[in-house]
Design a binder for this molecule. Sequence first.
Ligand SMILES: C[S@@+](CC[C@H](N)C(=O)[O-])C[C@H]1O[C@@H](n2cnc3c(N)ncnc32)[C@H](O)[C@@H]1O
Length: 282
Amino acid sequence: MTDKGYSLGRIALDWLKDALHAQETGGLSWHMSAWLSRKRWEPTQKSIDDFLMRHQVSQSELLLIGGSAGWMMSSPWLSQFKKIKMIDIDPLAPLFFYINHGKALRKSGTAWGFERRDGIRELSLLIKEYPQSFIWFDNVLGQQCFKLKDEDLVLRQLKHIKVILKNSHWGSIHDWLSGPVDESLAQPPSTSFLLDNANSIAFGKAKETENTDPNTLILNNKEMGFDVGTQILLNQVNATGEWQDHLSTEVFSAYQSCQLIPWYFKPAYCHFLIASFTQINE
Ligand SMILES: C[S@@+](CC[C@H](N)C(=O)[O-])C[C@H]1O[C@@H](n2cnc3c(N)ncnc32)[C@H](O)[C@@H]1O
């Protein structure tokens, strides 16, 4: 049951708020924009599919954290599993997941279920409950900056994830940076980039600067300078104006091979998604 004093009204209100915007990370607003943006997101979806399909997963069970309705996931990838447990704070996630993937999962004989839980706060518990599962964070880790609104807490939480998961097979795709792009310039690339050495290419930390230099961007309200590699990536998408750092730099360990996937979320606005798999040696 619930904590003392935690009234039914409060539970219903929380349910409704999570259904509408999932603490600013999803909900009905996400489902609407995903549905309306299907065409625009196609190249990104294709890059995600290619990335997922290239990696062999030996586990037959999937613990899917923050997968929402799997708007950007491929049914064939999901169909390889015998069992899927979805963990999401959005109570509407299973309804739209059923619409998107129900038919394919029925065909593949994949059993799936949903629990409305905080998959990050309860991660240690979930690992114990689903010890055989492959764990996939589906565009959720880069959203914690909106949910928690405490930069230090988010950085600590995301850095600690790989420690909690040290004995698990897991992977993630999440937002790294996002912001406006100048669409009047040459058409930016829709292809993804492989980062063989995440630290040296894309994760030289942004540094606060005092002078206005063409190699700087406003990032989280501060003027920041970037290393050459990051600047090249930002130039490739014609980045301009004020960008958002999703505070997810330390999710993967240094020197882990990652895939960087541009995602034209809306007109003149691009996200850089970063994805990687982590396999443990048994
Ligand atoms: C950007 S959406 C993910 C979209 C998904 N990749 C798709 O293809 O539809 C982020 C999702 O993470 C969920 N979420 C955010 N924080 C969460 C948390 N701490 N635990 C579980 N789910 C969370 C939101 O409810 C939302 O469904």
